[in-house]
Structure formats: C-alpha cells, structure tokens
Design a protein around this ligand. Structure first.
Ligand SMILES: Nc1nc(=O)c2c([nH]1)NC[C@@H]1CN(c3ccc(C(=O)N[C@@H](CCC(=O)O)C(=O)O)cc3)CN21
Ligand SMILES: CC(C)C(=O)C(=O)O
Ligand SMILES: [Mg+2]
Length: 276
C-alpha cells in the first residue's frame, strides 16, 4: 500500500466529539487565535487543538478600537487564509457584530464561514433570545456552535468598557443561567471570558460541554488567548489575563509550544492572570 510520507508524525484531527472526550478525561483544551496562513501553520505545528479566527482581528490586525467594524466579508477572507495553513487543528470562526441580527442572517453567515471559508465551527456571543434561536438553528443544520459569554467584546458599549462580568451575586447567577441556556440550545463548546475565577469554576463544573476560558480562571476545561498578546507584540496595555510567552524564548514556534504545554500542565493561567 502506498502511504504518503509514512515517516511523518501523524497528528489525529481534532474533532467536536474529541473535545467532549477531552473534557471527560480531564485533558485541557488549547485554543489560540490566528488570522493568516503563516500563523495557522505555526499553531498547527505546535499541536494547538483549536484555532480561532477571532473578530479581535479588528483590533490587532486592523488597528481599530473595538471589534464592531469587522465585516462578514473580512471574517470569510481571514478564515479562508487560516484554513489553508491547517490540517489537524479544529478551525473556529467568529460571527462578526450584527451578522447574527436574526436567525436567517446567522444561518447565511454560518453557511459562508463553513462552506466558503472552511471553518468547522462558528462562535457566537451572548444568550439573547434570537442568539439562542440561532444556536439551535445552526446546530440543527449540523453547524457546530461555540457559545461566548461573560465579557463579550461586541457588547462593549452596553458594558461601558471591557469590564469583568459576573462579579455581583445576581450577575454571577445570570451568567450561569446563560451558560445552561446556550448548552440547552445546542452549543458544542463555550468560551467564557472575563469573569471571576470562582464563577469560571462553577460554570465549568455545571456544564457537560467543554468550557474554554480567557480570564475565567484555571479551572476551565481549556484556555484561549489572542496570539499577538501571547507573543507580547500587542501595543499598549494588554488584558490582565494575557501573558508574553515569547519573552526569554527563541522563536514564535517555541512560544506557542510553551503556551500549549503550560495550559496542559495547568501552569497557565496563574492567579496573576485571573480575576477575584
Ligand atoms: N489584543 C486583544 N486581546 C484580547 O484579549 C481581546 C482583544 N484584543 N480584542 C477583543 C477583546 C477585547 N478584550 C479585552 C480588552 C481589554 C480587557 C481589559 O483591559 N480588562 C481589564 C479588566 C477591568 C475590570 O477589572 O473590570 C483588565 O485589567 O484586564 C479585557 C478584555 C478581549 N479581546
Ligand atoms: C478573545 C477570543 C475569545 C475572541 O473572541 C477573539 O479573538 O475575537
Ligand atoms: Mg471574538
């Protein structure tokens, strides 16, 4: 039998059911953003489980003040670029601001990000009634959904800034209720951003689906960061939950591999990267 490049190490493709097995077995999920084919290849080579084409590209690639100006065409474009750099890594694309204004638009956008660009999962912020309906509608059409709760950056104007969510008792109960609601609507995984670590732990234990944290404490089932933050090249003040993994290392590949190691060992995030 002819086997192409049989001596190359085979990395099994990361799948949605595979992420659920990882949660069940207590193996941490490593996720990182990517916006182009070169970074995608670095992420692939380092053995990161999930690549996210985040709408954070509006801030770190385009230099805008928020993620709100990012368009669906731009998300489709960057997702196409990242898809070309990946083979085994699971590819998730962000639903940009207002592309999910109603269920019909959400389905249209999901179809483009999956069918045209090559994503395997769509990430959607919030748990408003039309978002729950969109999660359900996409899931019914075999498009896996990653929910995103807590400090959802597309709600920056509602929050009055990038502020930690779920600090008060009532607010914590609200985020927990939203987490149950997105799981019930069919979400396959949840990104939980900018909440106190006690709430991150509570939600992770309460849900069956994997919870990937960013500023949600060390107890989550996995972690995600913006790749330029973990390389220390984001200008200005970086969020408290980020860490420069390139400092003291020789290459971007080494930095990404160190991030993956530290997430898997539990060394990252430490207390200094978490909110109380
Ligand atoms: N470079 C970058 N990294 C990110 O993590 C990121 C983006 N851009 N753009 C989209 C959103 C915006 N995010 C942010 C931005 C700032 C904070 C921040 O400075 N938070 C304060 C918390 C203040 C409080 O205690 O309420 C902090 O000090 O960490 C958090 C998340 C996360 N996402
Ligand atoms: C920070 C992550 C979770 C994100 O949504 C993004 O990069 O846009
Ligand atoms: Mg995003």
């Amino acid at each position: 039998m002819y086997v192409e490049n049989a001596s190359a190490p085979v990395r099994r493709p990361v799948t949605v059911p595979g992420l659920h097995v990882m949660k069940a077995e207590g193996r941490k999920i490593v996720m990182l953003t990517a916006y182009d084919a070169s970074f995608a290849a670095q992420i692939e080579h380092a053995g990161v489980d999930v690549a996210l084409v985040g709408d954070s590209l509006g801030m770190v690639v385009q230099g805008q003040r928020s993620t709100l100006p990012v368009t669906l065409d731009q998300m489709v474009y960057h997702t196409t670029l990242v898809a070309r750099g990946l083979t085994a890594t699971l590819l998730v694309a962000d639903m940009p601001f207002m592309a999910d204004r109603d269920v019909a638009h959400a389905l249209e956008a999901g179809a483009r990000l999956i069918g045209e660009a090559g994503a395997a999962m769509i990430k959607i912020e919030g748990a408003a009634p039309h978002i729950l309906a969109s999660i359900h509608a996409l899931t019914e059409r075999a498009i896996p959904v990653c929910a995103h709760l807590g400090l959802t950056p597309q709600s920056v104007h509602k929050f009055g800034g990038y502020k930690v969510q779920g600090r008060a008792q009532e607010a914590a109960e609200r985020v927990l209720g939203e987490a149950h609601a997105v799981q019930q609507a069919g979400a396959s995984i949840l990104v939980l951003e900018g909440v106190p670590m006690a709430l991150g732990e509570r939600i992770t234990k309460a849900l069956e689906i994997p919870v990937i944290g960013i500023g949600a404490g060390p107890q989550c089932d996995g972690q995600v960061l913006v790749v330029y933050d973990m390389l220390g090249i984001t200008p200005g003040k970086r969020p408290k939950f980020s860490k420069d993994f390139l400092a003291g290392r020789g290459s971007i590949g080494e930095a990404i591999a160190a991030y993956a190691d530290d997430v898997r060992s539990g060394a990252f995030p430490a207390a200094e990267h978490s909110y109380n």
